[in-house]
Design a protein around this ligand. Structure first.
Ligand SMILES: Nc1nc2c(c(=O)[nH]1)N[C@H]1C(S)=C(S)[C@@H](COP(=O)(O)O)O[C@H]1N2
Ligand SMILES: [Mo]
Length: 335
């Protein structure tokens, strides 16, 4: 597919409508090009720009690889597969899901190839603070999760608001299990998720500052959505720890909502009594609502949501309400 080799300043505006305000595109492109001079993550990139050769799966996985897990936890992967969840479509091949990503901290809106810019990102050591309206706030490091949570693999569909979709197996645990450990108070009505804030490790954050983009990336769910059995915390993909470009070492997965709700590389989970401020909703509230359930009947202001295309294929499918997960979640939205 030619998006893999297209020069980043030629990203087609019609083909992969990025989540941004188009009138600001020129300024962002300028900023992105400034970023080209930044950091070693760009080394080797010129090859890919000038030649027309495509990256191999091996190169992409190597670029996004994380430090090996401590010996004691290596047996977590692959985790037992949960047979409850089925794609209903062919699984997306790993190369596609690892190459074509949305991770604005590294690329902003100009390219999907975050794997080329993650070199300076350190995903170990890592800890996640779970705090706010709860009886037992606590900071977990990754080892705590590996020791205390029950890991499983779930085959989920993913639908980006930009109309691309994929079917991938995540490894992780239900968010509800984690929230129960900290004992939510009755005042907890929402859950806020916050991504790392390390501009020195993420070139687009560094190049752009906070004048336009409200870093760090934040997202949120209602408490009922967070406690739903589908809502998942992923630490792995395709039976291995997450690559950096897919949100290492830990991310959210909310399969019935547009992908931007599923924050990557999270460092904080906060129970709140008020609806939290979120990244895309503050950038452009008319286009990215807080609820953001997948819904073919509600067009994005700039494009239809009726169909979706599967990464790595020419196939389009009809978009389904709640991304086809209505049996699990429609009850959350009655009344
Ligand atoms: N921190 C952070 N999380 C993020 C994003 C991002 O830019 N930054 N992009 C979101 C969007 S728009 C989508 S579609 C999914 C994509 O996940 P993937 O790139 O692993 O497929 O991540 C979401 N989580
Ligand atoms: Mo997305």
């Amino acid at each position: 597919m030619n998006y893999q080799i297209r020069k980043i300043w030629n990203v087609s505006e019609s083909e992969h409508t990025p989540e941004m305000v188009f009138q600001n595109r020129k300024a962002h492109r300028r900023e992105f090009l400034k970023m080209m001079g930044y950091g070693v993550g760009i080394a080797g990139f010129s090859n890919l720009l000038s030649g027309c050769q495509q990256a191999t799966e091996e190169e992409i996985e190597k670029a996004g690889a994380v430090a090996p897990l401590p010996e004691a936890f290596q047996s977590i992967y692959p985790a037992p597969h949960n047979p409850t969840f089925k794609y209903g479509r062919p699984e997306t091949v790993p190369k596609e899901a690892e190459e074509f990503t949305n991770f604005y901290e590294f690329t902003g809106p100009t390219t999907k190839e975050a794997w080329k810019y993650v070199e300076n990102f350190k995903s170990t050591p890592w800890s996640v603070s779970v705090e706010g309206e709860c009886e037992k706030p606590r900071t977990f490091d990754m080892d705590d999760f590996y020791k205390e949570m029950k890991f499983e693999e779930r085959a989920y569909r993913h639908r980006c608001v930009e109309t691309w979709a994929m079917c991938v197996p995540w490894t992780g645990f239900a968010l509800s299990h984690l929230l129960k450990l900290v004992e939510p108070k009755p005042t907890a009505k929402f859950v806020a998720f916050e991504t790392f804030n390390k501009p020195n490790e993420a070139p687009y954050m560094k190049a752009n500052g906070t004048a336009y983009w409200p870093w760090p990336y934040t997202e949120g769910l209602s408490m009922a959505e967070a406690m739903n059995e589908l809502t998942f915390i992923a630490t792995g993909l395709y039976g291995k720890p997450l690559l950096k470009q897919n949100g290492a070492p830990i991310r959210l997965v909310v399969p019935w909502k547009y992908g931007f709700k599923s924050g990557k590389s999270i460092v904080k989970i906060k129970l709140t009594s008020e609806q939290p401020v979120t990244f895309w909703n503050s950038v452009n509230p008319d286009e990215y609502g807080f609820v953001a359930n997948v819904n073919p009947e509600v067009p994005h202001p700039r494009w239809s949501q009726r169909t979706e295309w599967m990464l790595g294929t020419e196939k389009r499918y009809d978009t389904k309400l709640y991304n086809g997960y209505g049996e699990y979640v429609s009850g959350l939205y009655t009344g």
